[in-house]
Design a protein around this ligand. Sequence first.
Ligand code: PLP
Length: 457
Amino acid sequence: MARRNNRRQFLVNTGVLGLGSIGSGSLMTAFSQQVNVPNVVPELQEKPALLGGKPVLSRSWPSWPMVHKSDEDAIMEVLRAGRWYRNRSVEEFEERYAELNSARFCIATSSGTTALFTSLGALGIGPGDEVIVPPFTFMATVTVVLLHYALPVFVDSDLETFLMDPKKLEAAITPRTKAIIPVHIGGNVANLDEILAVAERHKIPVVGDACQAHLAEWRGKSAGSWGTTGCYSFQLSKNLCSGEGGAILTNDEAIADACFAFHNCYRKRPKAAPTADFSFGRNGNFRMTEFQGALLLSQMEGIRERADLRSDNAAYLTKLLSEIPGISPARQYPQCTRNAYHLFMFRYDPAEFSDLPRNRFVNALRAEGVPCSPGYSPLNKEKFLLDALRSEPYLRVYGREVIDAWLQKNECPENDKLCEHSVWFYQNVLLTDHQTMDKIALAINKIKKHAGDLRKG
Ligand SMILES: *Cc1c(COP(=O)(O)O)cnc(C)c1O
């Protein structure tokens, strides 16, 4: 709104408005003046904040987590009742979360990592198996594969969407492939149509990593409700949080029973089918506590409204940033009917910013008052992963030849490019208003205008 008002004000000041009948030549002039408006915005003339100028934005950002009296009451109720161990708060949360996502079953876990770990455990995945993962994700997507001594196989990213390139999936499948983990990174939904079609052809289970995708939808259905399981995280930074916590969604009763047994000392789910029986044997304690359950129930208040606000601001910001040459917001598939916008991700092209390096751009934008991050580094090349694969237990299971061959073909060139160019804003930046989105665009335009000085300075 502010931007439109400024523009209108400008047009009034220059006498473009209210002239009544003007010839088409004047209209052209009016139009080009309108396009050039950013150049007369005084803030654009200012010195960049990184070089000592005044920042474009001075506002404080919505704090995260959001804490209300109801959260306090929920925690105190559990505390005083001495009901600290898996009980009715966790069970009610499971029911409500399944309902929210139109999934048949929900199993709450201690974290997103243990939700993924449990899904793979319940599927009986172990040493010698391969699990397909994308490289543009948080390390936990791969950590859980390593915890089962399985081999992660990377499918390169698609630059436009930041997601696993579905066209490259089938070529990565071997007779040893036992699961595919598509990640809905930033809340943008991976191409489930194509991934599930390939998975079905090869009879491979799909464990969705929806840890950043609360309320995200594919074809109007919750992203985590597709595939064999969908896994969520309630870690502090996530769009729904309880410090730590996780959940598995599934529509398959046998999988729900198996996940429950794996996460809870081989016990039967209270409502398990009489036929429930497992053969994987391995299990553990990956339970959610009552404190987390109660806190999540109260934190769910307003979750849809917050999601709507993020979507509205993200759509507006996408439009603004798409007009800036060198800034390319992550594209979403048309079947992604709701993006969770845990992250607002875009690619930054230094060539359009006088070769100002990406990290310098990020620092300049932070200095203008916009919190942002350069995003992930290539996961397939991380030290922890290479260390694990070269560790004694891995060499014992796979042999040096298999591990060396893996290291040889471990290339994701598109993802390398993506990691060099990505920038993102966190979800709380989107819990604001259009005026703030205008200012973010203005801050980027300001950096662009002074990019040469910033590069030198
Ligand atoms: C947060 C996250 C996880 C792990 O969740 P935790 O609750 O932190 O264990 C896994 N995958 C992705 C993509 C995440 O963002």
